[in-house]
Design a protein around this ligand. Sequence first.
Ligand SMILES: CC(C)(COP(=O)(O)OP(=O)(O)OC[C@H]1O[C@@H](n2cnc3c(N)ncnc32)[C@H](O)[C@@H]1OP(=O)(O)O)[C@@H](O)C(=O)NCCC(=O)NCCS
Length: 232
Amino acid sequence: MAIQVVPLTEADIPGAIEVIQQAFADDPYFKWVFDASKFNKQRNSDSLTARCNWGIKNALFHVAKETQDPDTQSQTPTPILGVSCWLAPHPPTQPESWYSWFQSWTLSFNQLLNNIRYLGRGGLRTNRYWIWKQRQAEAQAAIWDDPRGYYFCNIVAVSPEAQGKGVGRLLFEAVTKRADEEGVKCYLESSKSVPNVAIYEKMGFHMSKEMECRDGADACMLYCMVRDPRSE
Ligand SMILES: CC(C)(COP(=O)(O)OP(=O)(O)OC[C@H]1O[C@@H](n2cnc3c(N)ncnc32)[C@H](O)[C@@H]1OP(=O)(O)O)[C@@H](O)C(=O)NCCC(=O)NCCS
């Protein structure tokens, strides 16, 4: 099957969210940060919708789907096979632009509206979210030494039926090719050691740091990986 990787559009958002929710259902970080007994799938979906709408304007948000026959194009929507969201490199010495600041503020406001609409965060354990953000800031301060910044893989998910068929590689290459052309490094945090670390090594990443997020007796490991640009 021929697969294309294209920028996310508004019409793709419901399919992209379905892929993310399916792919992350057994994810160790997801299970650690959400209270399963209070998880609200619709609340999570609305939160991801806000993030996708933000990402269309502010991130490198791609979807992978089968290339469509032009004759059937208008009749059936093509199922989404995979999704990725990357943040573009930002030199730490450069201040955030007003546009970017305003967009982040709008996203936070939309998430606040979701909190009000659903009377809560749909099972998100906010204390654990902030533990993760703290560990993440520490890890990035220790690892990120390139003054140009890093392409940061924020989300990558392939639908369970499509995994292991090259979709993830295509999603990665949409950004790593660009990073290679620009000579810029890439960074990700994997929440699974097996099999993801081996998969990301195939994409050119190497392990840089193992990061423990601990809340009392419950801990979650994240694997920080870096990819150096390739010149060929
Ligand atoms: C991780 C993930 C994005 C990878 O996407 P994918 O489409 O399954 O990966 P691909 O089929 O493109 O494989 C990429 C490479 O890894 C290799 N690979 C795939 N599965 C593997 C496995 N289980 N063990 C070792 N290597 C594997 C492939 O052979 C390929 O290498 P090659 O191109 O050199 O032959 C996808 O499996 C996924 O969404 N998993 C669940 C959600 C998740 O863990 N997201 C990431 C959170 S950090």
